[in-house]
Design a protein around this ligand. Sequence first.
Ligand code: C2E
Ligand code: MG
Ligand code: MG
Ligand code: MG
Length: 289
Amino acid sequence: AAKAAGRGKHCFYEPSMHSEASKRQLLENDLRGALERNELSVVYQPVVRAAGEEVAGFEALVRWKHPKQGDISPTRFIPLAEECGMIGKLGEWVLEQAVHAAREWPDHVRIAVNLSPIQFNDPKIVETVGLALQRSGIRPSRLELEITEGVFLADSDVTDGTFARLKELGVRLALDDFGTGYSSLGYLKKAPFDKIKIDQSFVRGAASTSSRNAAIIRAIVTLAESLGMDTVAEGVETHDDLQLMRDLGVSQIQGYIFGRPSALEDATDLASASSVEADGHQCLREPRQ
Ligand code: C2E
Ligand code: MG
Ligand code: MG
Ligand code: MG
C-alpha cells in the first residue's frame, strides 16, 4: 500500500502520524483523568408522548469535551471506557447525575440511563442502582435503564438474576437500538422489558424511503403491544416521519424534531413546561398534576 501511494509521497512515514492503535491508546490515557478534570458532562434529550406533545421523560447522554480535540462522541469513547475498565466508574457517575436531575422535574417525568453490557453484567449493579435511587429519593419507576442486545452475549447467570432483581427494585427496563442485533426476537423473551426503542436505522427517513421500514416498524409495534411493552421511535427529525410514527401507533417519540440533547437547566424548563411542539418550541400549558 505504501508503494501504491506513489514515490515522493511520505504519508506512511510522517513521524507525527500515529497509527490508529496508538491514537486510541493516547485517547484512552486522556479519558482516564477526564472525570477528575471535569471534562465530562451529562445532557438530556426529551422523549415525548406520540399522542399529544407531552414530555414523558428524558434520556441522559454523556459528553466529553477533550481539552485539545474538543467534543468527542460517546460512540467513540464509551468503547474505550469499556476497554480500559473505567466504564463502571463513568456509568455510575452518569447514573448519579441523572437521578439527581430527575428530582428537579415533575413526578411523572422519567429519566432514562444507558447501561453498558459490562456494567450490567457486574454483580454489583443492582446494589449500585438501589443506592442511587435511595440517595435521590425518586420513585424507582421513574428510572428507566436502557440496555442493548449486547448484554445477552455474555449469557451468564448474572444476567438472568439481574433482570429479576432490578424489576424487584421497581425500575423500568428498555431494550435500546432494537432490531440491530443478531437475534432481536430471541432477546425479547429473555427479559421483562417495559419498552422497546426502535433503532434510528428503521426510523430516519421512513416516510420518504421505501415502505419496508414502515412495515417493520408496524410489526414491532404490534409485537410490543401484545407483549405489553411501550415503543419509542428514535431519530425522528422531520414532520413526515413524525406523522408516520403516529400513524403506525408508536407510543413515544425521541428525535431532533422535539429537541436535541441539552443542558440540565434547559431540560428542567422543558420538563416543567410539560409539553413541547415539533421543532422544539416549548408551549407553556398548565403542568400536569
Ligand atoms: P443511544 O442510547 O441509542 O442514544 C441515542 C443517540 O441518538 C444519541 O446520540 C442522540 O443524541 C441521538 N439522536 C437522538 N435523536 C436524534 C435525531 O433525531 N437525529 C440524529 N441524527 N441523532 C439523534 P449520542 O448522544 O451521540 O450517543 C450515542 C450512543 O452512545 C448512545 O446511543 C449510547 O449507546 C451511547 N451512550 C451515550 N451516553 C451513554 C452513557 O451514559 N452510558 C453508556 N453506556 N452509553 C452511552
Ligand atoms: Mg439509549
Ligand atoms: Mg438507541
Ligand atoms: Mg445507539
